[in-house]
Design a binder for this molecule. Structure first.
Ligand SMILES: CC(C)(COP(=O)(O)OP(=O)(O)OC[C@H]1O[C@@H](n2cnc3c(N)ncnc32)[C@H](O)[C@@H]1OP(=O)(O)O)[C@@H](O)C(=O)NCCC(=O)NCCS
Length: 155
């Protein structure tokens, strides 16, 4: 069974999240990780979680072990339209894949969007990411081709 906990900036959850972020970093880019460094970065970046109703991170647990997480932010609209929630990251630890973790996390984003009276949930996915595309389609997300733009701060 998947159990979800929405995290605020508390020490226990930060440790669980840092463990998942480490697993994600190793999964995506096999480099040596600095566990303490990851934990410190996590502590610093999570200040934003103390602001109500703008940012959420939900951690999914299976057998009491952190198995995945979703980070969600609310996109404000300057006019009378209802805004969307935006899923910035969705990740399941490889040991827990194909057991409904992402389904539960996406379900949470949809429930949250409804409870806030918003228009829905948006996200971006790489065209090459077949597992994620299947996952989003199964969960009712309609994928369309859009042109993605970004500007990077000069280093
Ligand atoms: C994509 C990802 C989040 C799916 O997580 P998960 O917990 O394994 O997904 P679930 O078990 O909830 O599966 C939900 C559905 O997704 C689809 N799916 C998941 N993995 C799949 C795969 N490898 N191939 C095809 N479909 C897949 C299936 O439709 C599945 O439903 P089913 O098991 O009933 O067939 C996970 O593979 C992951 O973390 N990948 C790396 C990070 C990533 O790509 N994140 C998304 C960025 S946009």
């Amino acid at each position: 069974m998947v159990v979800l906990r929405v995290t605020k900036k508390d020490e226990e959850r930060i440790k669980d999240l840092a463990a998942l972020l480490q697993s994600q970093a190793i999964d995506e880019k096999p480099v040596e990780m600095n566990a303490e460094g990851e934990l410190d970065a996590c502590r610093q970046n999570l200040d934003i979680l103390d602001q109500d109703n703008t940012t959420w991170i939900a951690i999914a647990y299976m057998d009491n072990t952190p198995a995945g997480f979703i980070s969600i932010t609310r996109i404000p609209k300057p006019n009378a339209k209802n805004g969307y929630l935006y899923v910035d990251e969705l990740y399941t630890d490889p040991n827990f894949r194909r057991r409904g973790v992402a389904d539960s996390l996406l379900d949470y984003s949809k429930t949250l969007s409804k409870s806030l009276n918003l228009a829905g949930v948006r996200l971006l996915v790489r065209n090459s990411n077949e597992p994620a595309k299947h996952c989003y389609a199964k969960n009712g997300f309609v994928l369309s081709s859009t042109t993605f733009g970004q500007w990077l701060c000069p280093k």
